[in-house]
Design a binder for this molecule. Structure first.
Ligand SMILES: *Cc1c(COP(=O)(O)O)cnc(C)c1O
Length: 394
């Protein structure tokens, strides 16, 4: 059976009393046991039964099981946001005196987590160009804890060669960690590409309708210490586990992810092609376009579809504002891969806390607008963009 079929038919760990076919939401903090011995079995982790919802909950386990089926991972842990998953992963991998080899091309909060927050705890960031394999090899040293990257960077849409990076990491016996939020895990095999642990903001493609925040650590089990620390130490001590209600909504979103993605990525490709023809647009960024510099590598690694994220560059920051103000259908909102199409000017929003020099170093440009493409009719989306360009007098 196809993995998407199997995921739809994921069994509950215990049969539901009423035969519900939708996973019930177990809104409980604690669980009653028949006797003292079975409490010991649960608290020691031997029985795999939940004892307290800060570390395990049946609804969240069901969601994790579905993701495990789809990814072929050894273990999956769900958190209350993408940032919670990412920060817990670093807490499991790094420690004072160690460094993280990574890039300045990434989601702004992750960059801040690494360069500011973790730095305060004695973890150094080594910033390199991850598309330059030799520079990465030169940056890794005895104290490197991991190589970390986004498979398609946000918002530069840069793609690095994962197998080459995995080779460097593994030759030093350290893990390659990848944020794979930008392409759904239903579409490609991260393990085959050499990723050891992936993190995903499930707030995005998975939830679908912007219903809830969530994050996932998807661990292929190559570095067993990571799973051990997350399951036996960090869930207890940090307390960022997903709540049952969020898990319910995200498990529901997951059931339609593959189907939604087909429409959204198809819409994105069609729009990228049409937008490339408009003279008011200086540049269209989309890895699904054949003339995109990362297209061939992206196809080789992730398959033929290029995701649902497009960037467009206009003449100036002021023109970007006018364009955004004139959109009628497309929402002015952050978030990615919602069912609805969203537009944002990353320079003045997500990256507003960074100085102009820092943004220049991160290649976050004042002329770029990020478009996350939804499920609407593609003609309606194109018409909205075209009328906004015209109304803005560009
Ligand atoms: C949104 C996002 C995150 C953070 O996820 P939250 O669920 O918002 O905490 C991390 N990485 C990438 C690539 C993202 O787009």
């Amino acid at each position: 059976m196809d993995k998407n079929t199997i995921a739809l038919h994921t069994q509950f760990r215990h049969p539901d009393a009423y035969g519900a076919i939708s996973m019930p939401v177990y809104h409980t903090a604690a669980y009653q046991f028949p006797d003292a011995a079975s409490m010991t079995e649960a608290f020691s982790g031997r029985s795999g039964e939940p004892d307290y919802s800060r570390v395990m909950n049946p609804t969240v386990s069901f969601f994790e099981d579905k993701v495990r089926t789809l990814t072929g991972a050894k273990s999956v842990t769900a958190f209350n946001s993408g940032m919670a998953a990412i920060s817990n992963l670093f807490l499991a991998v790094a420690e004072a005196g160690k460094n993280i080899v990574t890039s300045a091309h990434m989601f702004g909060n992750t960059f801040s987590l690494i360069t500011k927050t973790l730095n305060r705890f004695g973890v150094e960031a080594k910033i390199v160009n991850l598309t330059d394999v030799e520079a990465v090899a030169a940056a890794v040293d005895d104290q490197t804890a991991c190589i970390y990257l986004e498979i398609v960077t946000n918002p530069q849409l840069e793609v690095a060669n994962l197998k080459a990076l995995a080779e460097i990491a593994h030759s030093h016996n350290i893990p390659l960690l990848a944020d794979t939020t930008f392409l759904p895990f239903t579409e490609f095999d991260g393990k085959k590409l050499g990723i050891d642990v992936r993190v995903v903001s499930s707030t995005k493609y998975l939830s679908g309708g912007a219903t809830s925040l969530g994050g996932l650590i998807i661990d292929y089990g190559n570095f067993p210490n990571i799973e051990d620390r997350i399951k036996n130490e960090l869930l207890f001590n940090v307390g960022a586990y997903m709540t049952p209600h969020a898990a319910y909504m995200q498990a529901l979103g997951l059931e339609t992810l593959h189907a939604r993605y087909k429409i959204q990525s198809g819409n994105a490709l069609e729009l990228a092609r049409r937008l490339s023809q408009l003279p008011q647009i200086q540049k269209v960024g989309y890895i699904g376009l054949e003339d995109n510099p990362y297209h061939d590598l992206a196809v080789e690694q992730f398959g033929p579809s290029g995701g649902a994220m497009i960037t467009i560059d206009l003449l100036s920051e002021e023109v970007c504002y006018r364009f955004i103000n004139n959109l009628k259908i497309i929402f002015r909102a952050t978030n990615l891969f919602d069912n609805k199409t969203l537009a944002i000017h990353p320079y003045s929003t997500i990256f507003v806390g960074y100085s102009a020099e820092e943004k220049a170093r991160m290649d976050v440009l004042p002329t770029t607008i990020r478009l996350s493409i939804g499920l609407e009719d593609v003609d309606d989306l194109f018409d909205d963009i075209r009328q906004a360009l015209e109304a803005a007098n560009i």
